[in-house]
Ligand binder design. Structure first.
Ligand code: CS2
Length: 440
């Protein structure tokens, strides 16, 4: 038996407390992977449980039909399993209504964005999904391709303008520095090249708030699905596994309506930057260091690497002595307590978060996770021993027999094989754009 709207659920499992059939879809979410299902969709489900209405989510996968095949036969329902050393707690999320596959039904995606009930289009397309050139501008030929978010959003916006409907909030939920401003800039680049008649309307009618999104969500395994099935009593092909912790800080700058996410734990603030910078440089910076250093030491999981007495002090120093001083904390933001909490989260033995999952797409992650911190210290004449060790571990990883999953894989492998590897990666005109220059 498969999970669906007809399935009776065990009393211990939290289920949607609102009439799912009667909710309009207020959100179109592009990139409906495990992270969105464990994070934004759960907040939105909470908001509807707390009384908000018409915030159903239409999920979009740009390429793969996998998530549609998992969720559509289940009426959009799926389980979130929150795991800690004490055990796991299950909830079934009802916010997602159905999933479209853009490569199969592109017009349905445009129609969903153009629908008068839609107020927000949100994104988790990973760093590389934004199709940026090294100088930060949009890669226009790529953005004209069939799996580009920009094509669908622009076509949906054009239809809204033609129909006289209001603009939208475009909400980036990816780990980029200044994700709202990045999306706005790239969307403008796209419109200027391909829909110039829409540029002024986009600027006046649409908003791109910045967000800091945080929840550790390992890729779901077959063992996880079996574990959920044992507790739920039915098969859930779309289950996701995560930690109890969750955080979402959102710039309060919306074009129109939004769910009252602040009633269910999100923080709506004027300036996201201090939270986002701390998260990228401390959490994600430590994660990427754990990935390359940990894999080099023979570990498979985050909790194993952080327990290694040769690695833990280095990560501790990376967060407290290298990353934290570069951050202008917001009032009340306690970076030492943040580092303590991160060490505990990394140590969660129930998560089985694979280092190799974090190691992918290094070229897209390392600038905002490590290089901004390194540049900050370099301007002050200071070295960062932990981050330098992390860079050495990344290069060792590129030279190892691990398969390299990265949009720049071929170029990285070529650079890593050269004796001038540091120059080829980080020098002037190198593969990775940054202000930081390696010491010679
Ligand atoms: C991780 C992130 O895979 C990665 O690169 O660092 O996905 C991390 O788990 C999340 O950003 C936590 O919020």
């Amino acid at each position: 038996m498969r999970l669906s709207a007809q399935t009776p659920l065990p009393a211990s499992v939290q289920a949607p407390g609102y009439d799912r059939e009667r909710q309009a879809a207020g959100i179109v979410h592009i990139g409906i992977g495990a992270f969105h299902r464990a994070h934004q969709a759960a907040y939105t489900d909470d908001a509807m449980n707390a009384g908000d209405r018409d915030w159903g989510i239409i999920g979009v996968s740009l390429r793969s039909g996998d998530v549609a095949a998992q969720l559509n036969p289940q009426d959009g329902l799926y389980t979130v399993s929150m795991r800690s050393a004490a055990g796991s707690e299950l909830r079934v999320v009802g916010a997602v209504q159905h999933v479209l596959v853009a490569s199969k039904t592109p017009q349905a995606v445009v129609d969903a964005i153009a629908a008068p009930t839609t107020h927000i289009v949100s994104f988790t397309v990973t760093e590389k999904g934004y199709l940026r050139r090294p100088d930060g501008s949009l890669d226009l030929p790529e953005a004209a391709g069939s799996s580009s978010l920009y094509r669908f959003v622009a076509a949906g916006l054009a239809a809204r303008k033609a129909a006289g409907f209001p603009g939208l909030t475009l909400l980036s939920c990816d780990n980029l520095a200044g994700n709202g401003a990045v999306l706005r800039r790239l969307m403008r680049d796209y419109l200027a090249a391909y829909h110039p008649g829409l540029s002024a309307w986009f600027d006046s009618e649409c908003r791109c708030p910045a967000t800091m999104i945080d929840r550790i969500v390992p890729a779901t395994t077959e063992a996880d699905r079996a574990d959920v099935e044992a507790q739920l009593g039915v098969r859930d092909a779309g289950a996701v596994v995560t930690e109890a912790f969750s955080q979402w800080v959102i710039e309060d700058d919306f074009a129109g309506l939004r769910p009252r996410w602040e009633k269910v734990g999100a923080e709506l603030v004027a300036d996201v930057a201090p939270y986002e910078t701390a998260k990228l440089r401390m959490l994600n910076g430590a994660h990427s260091a754990l990935a390359y250093i940990g894999l080099g030491a023979g570990h498979a999981f985050v909790h194993q690497a952080i327990a290694d007495p040769a690695i833990r002090p280095l990560i501790d120093r990376l967060m407290r002595e290298e990353a934290a001083p570069t951050i202008d904390a917001a009032p009340g933001q306690d970076l030492a307590a943040y580092a303590d909490a991160l060490l505990d989260r990394f140590a969660n033995p129930a998560l089985h978060h694979r280092l190799i999952q974090i190691a992918m797409d290094g070229s897209q992650k390392i600038p905002q996770r490590w290089l901004e911190t390194l540049a900050w210290h370099q301007h002050r004449g200071q070295r960062c021993r932990s981050l330098e060790a992390a860079i050495a571990a990344w290069i060792a990883f590129l030279r190892s027999d691990h398969p390299i999953d990265d949009p720049l894989a071929d170029k990285l492998l070529e650079a890593a094989a050269s004796p001038d590897v540091m120059e080829r990666l980080f020098g002037d005109g190198g593969l990775i754009t940054s202000e930081w220059r390696p010491e010679t």
